[in-house]
Ligand binder design. Sequence first.
Ligand code: HXC
Length: 514
Amino acid sequence: MSIEEKIKALNDKKSKLKLGGGRSKIDQQHAQGSLTARERIEALVDKDSFQEIGIFARHRCTNFGMAGKELPAEGVVTGAGSVGGRMVHLASQDFTVAGGSAGEVHSDKIVQAMLGSLKTGTPFVFMNDSGGARIQEGIDSLAGYGKVFYHNVMLSGVVPQISLICGPCAGGAAYSPALTDFIIQTAKARMFITGPSVIKEATGEEISAEELGGPLSQMNHSGVAHFVAENDLVALRICKKLLSYLPSNNIEDPPQLESDDVIVPDKTLNSIVPSEQKKAYDVRNVITRLIDGGDFLEVQPLFAANIVVGFGRILGRSVGIVANQPSVLAGALDINASDKGARFVRFCNAFNIPLVTLVDVPGFLPGVQQEKGGIIRHGAKMLFAYAAATVPKITVIMRKAYGGAFLAMCGKELETDRVFAWPSAEIAVMGPQGAVNVIFRNEIAQAEDPKKKRDELIASYQGTFATPYAAAARRDVDDIIEPADTRRHLAMTLDILSTKREFRPMKKHGLIPL
Ligand code: HXC
């Protein structure tokens, strides 16, 4: 064969392999409103930047009619490409090839891409669309998943890992995304460990696949998903935006964008927090006024909505924002909010993203369910995560900061670099009503007019503690600032702290309460 013939044969072979499971399977994928594995990559990476590796890989299985059966690219497209000019490694499962099922070689290809991430300090993006472990390969496919899980853990905290769930993701396969930093789930994707039929057999419960593993279930109820997208293209847009806030690895700083955003006092902030102590407001209206262009990428918006977490920029610098949400459960910290907040804090700390914490918290949520559910160990995660974090930590107390929750929202004693308070801040062991009931029980009971006496005592308590001045005198608050000026103070502090280095004693690892 001449070289020209060999090149033609090569090109023909590659074109055929790139068709995956073939035209009719691709049409089925499109008919369901999904992109193919290759189309997803194309939509994610910069034009012509993708280098594929392992397109000729072949499985070694001979069971159940598999001998000699070609599964193009082994059902997963892997390689590297740039996103917004920065390199990422990626794997995209091809549902048109044996349902994207993961055999030994399929998983080895994913691991090779993960090692590419690890060696080059670049993020790993895994687009899941698979029937799970390839049944015909038995233990080999389980072992393949085991290697993927192991490498997920090796990459954790070294490079950002993002999972897109674009189709089925069932059984143990769901544990790879769960070991990554962020999960973006599309509307048609389903994630579960045991599907509806197994559940029906085991417990008698009946539920549809959508109700069990659809994006709303995995976002609102379980908190497994971090973002929900109508379709693949929206999921890929979220992925790109998320990457734009992040450094490529744990020893880089996040990218700093040129910013022509100016800092002008925003007088609307002066009246955004209602003067009535119990009146609710949406803290997202505060967040968007503090960050460049009001552009906030909220993480897990529908899970534990009593705490808001997400990314923004202040004069081009990435920041992670954690804020109590007074319009949900009065912003109290409960089990789910603590899990959500603590995990986000740990992600930001791992990837050198400064933390801005906005506080309006009446305390930890009281209740039998909360206590029996372990609010002690879950709430402790907030303390652990903030105390362990060495990135710049800036806290703004807007209104209530009561009790343990005052500390758990990045209080000064957790080596927080700056604590600002607005004049509306109230910092105390507990709210005035509860406090006077405890410390003045006898005085109230013995008073001629107990209600009048109680009101007087509440007013006296508020005058003493329900202001930021006592805390500022003790230097638990570094400065009391006009709300309108908050963005300027945050920008200045981020600048001052941009060279922050904080060293901790060497240890294998701490033990975050789980
Ligand atoms: C081998 C598989 C497969 C699998 C699907 N296929 N899943 N092949 N191993 N796990 C193949 C099908 O035989 C079919 O091949 C093609 O993929 C498309 O599948 P369909 O069933 O036709 O598609 P659809 O109707 O869309 O249903 C998709 C599905 C269903 C819901 C994913 O295929 C399914 O339930 N698959 C099994 C899921 C599962 O139980 N997996 C094991 C999970 S446990 P042809 O040749 O007809 O095109 C697990 C353990 C991991 O993953 C453990 C790690 C520790």
